[in-house]
Design a protein around this ligand. Structure first.
Ligand code: FE2
Length: 204
């Protein structure tokens, strides 16, 4: 594991130089099943349309005019699971409570995560949209930059940057029974060490 940074820390950005983008803007998805996709994202994100036509919708969930544009494209082909390119993108909630509330709301309308990972610093539920794009819903396991830095430098991330898979119902039950957030995070950050050889090759 010599190639790993032993003590990763969050970057300190100088806001003046060099010039960087102010923020991440939006994603555009072209689809052959516009209605299903629009319904899914409106449901999952509680997103609202800024502008909508029968074959396209500009969706947002905050004060950006659009975070997601979904557009019908008659020429698309199904996405192969092995296609290179984007693996997933992530939407983050402010707290475990918000994430668990969303998890239960979606579960109750038949939208369940495909798998869940406690990365140690982030708690992640991975869903698949109707086009099989992977979409992460998550929250940070620590509430401050200092706590995150402390975790990143404690060596666990360098040893296991993936984290541990967990059962979302187990986490949800703990949470609704009144367990502290730290308990939920700790109780789901354990188990079988993941096999990272497919990612790391000879390094693993
Ligand atoms: Fe992610």
């Amino acid at each position: 594991m010599e190639n790993f940074m032993a003590n990763p820390r969050l970057p300190e950005f100088d806001q003046n130089s060099p010039l960087r983008p102010a923020r991440f803007g939006h994603i555009v998805l072209k689809t052959g099943r516009f209605q299903d996709m629009a319904h899914w994202y409106k449901t999952v994100l509680h997103a609202e349309p800024l502008f909508e036509i029968p074959v396209g919708t500009f969706l947002t969930f905050d004060d950006e005019h659009h975070r997601l544009l979904i557009i019908q494209d008659p020429n698309v082909t199904p996405r192969e699971a092995t296609a290179e390119g984007v693996a997933h993108w992530a939407y983050l909630y402010n707290s475990l409570t918000e994430l668990m509330t969303t998890y239960a709301r979606l579960r109750d309308v038949g939208i369940a995560p495909t798998y869940c990972v406690n990365h140690g610093f982030q708690f992640s539920l991975y869903y698949h949209d109707p086009d099989k794009n992977e979409v992460e819903l998550g929250c940070d396991n620590f509430g401050s930059r200092d706590e995150l830095n402390e975790w990143f430098t404690n060596g666990q991330f360098a040893k296991n940057f993936y984290g541990y898979n967990f059962d979302p119902e187990f986490a949800y039950k703990l949470h609704v029974e009144g367990a502290a957030d730290r308990t939920v995070f700790d109780e789901t950050y354990k188990g079988e060490a993941p096999d990272l050889s497919a990612v790391l090759g000879d390094e693993a």
